[in-house]
Design a protein around this ligand. Structure first.
Ligand SMILES: [Zn+2]
Length: 249
């Protein structure tokens, strides 16, 4: 049992935004769909709760049938370079591009369309977590050992879930809180479905994200990074809405 628990805990370290983060993004996107997109998504899903399907792509990681999908959650931009494709590590960008075409393909079964949609919702979210656009040297911060309020963990995990959980909001409360402060500049993201632009933005925040001093993280790190974290969640929700509104016109 103890061993199982350790395996489970280790596995979560590799996940994208934690459950709450993905639900926040789904919820924000949901609230910014056009009426056309909402109607077409309802036809496909039977309901339009993007928050509810946002974590499926992490849940299937325990199913060996899906092991080929493990590198669909991240991409890599090497230091000082532009994005150069999946050769540098991670196929998230290709998969989102491929799935945006697939999800409306007539020949695809309803079940497969649904799976494809679940991947789009999840991966677009992941790519806004700055450490899901890795630098190619430390597994997206998984190799950077830190403490979080004295608990041993790694930098990736702090960004996936520890900071979000620290705020003690439910996902619906947090989705609402974040949108309250959104600016017209941020709302432009609702009109911008281009993937390369937002992975480049994610990567551009690395110097701030990696500014961890002695690695003992807690209130000080949250104080410096809360705004960025919330901005990434907000933009993820808006970009996801832009992508879905563009597909389901
Ligand atoms: Zn993920």
């Amino acid at each position: 049992m103890r061993q199982l628990l350790i395996i489970l805990l280790t596995a979560t370290l590799l996940f994208g935004w934690g459950k709450t983060g993905h639900r926040i993004i789904g919820k924000i996107a949901e609230e910014n769909l056009t009426p056309e997109a909402k109607a077409k998504l309802t036809q496909l899903m039977g309901h339009t709760d993007l928050a509810r399907i946002a974590n499926w792509a992490d849940e299937i990681k325990s199913d060996p049938k899906w092991s080929h999908a493990n590198d669909w959650h991240y991409c890599t931009i090497l230091e000082g370079q532009d994005y150069e494709g999946p050769e540098t590590g991670g196929r998230a960008v290709q998969k989102v591009q491929e799935f945006c075409d697939l999800v409306i393909k007539e020949s695809l079964s309803e079940k497969d369309k649904m799976d494809v949609l679940r991947f789009i919702v999840h991966i677009v979210g992941d790519l806004h977590q700055p450490l899901h656009v890795g630098n190619g040297t430390d597994k997206g911060g998984n190799d950077i050992k830190v403490t979080w309020f004295r608990e041993e963990t790694n930098l990736h995990s702090v960004w996936d879930s520890k900071m979000i959980d620290h705020m003690q909001y439910s996902y619906t409360e947090y989705a609402q809180q974040i949108q309250l402060t959104s600016t017209p500049e941020q709302e432009q993201a609702m009109l911008d479905p281009s993937i390369i632009a937002f992975i480049t933005a994610s990567r551009s925040f690395h110097s701030q994200v990696y500014d961890i001093g002695d690695g003992k993280l807690g209130y000080g790190y949250i104080y410096k990074n809360r705004e960025l974290m919330e901005e990434r969640l907000l933009k993820a929700g808006y970009h996801l809405a832009a992508i879905l509104n563009d597909i389901f016109k």
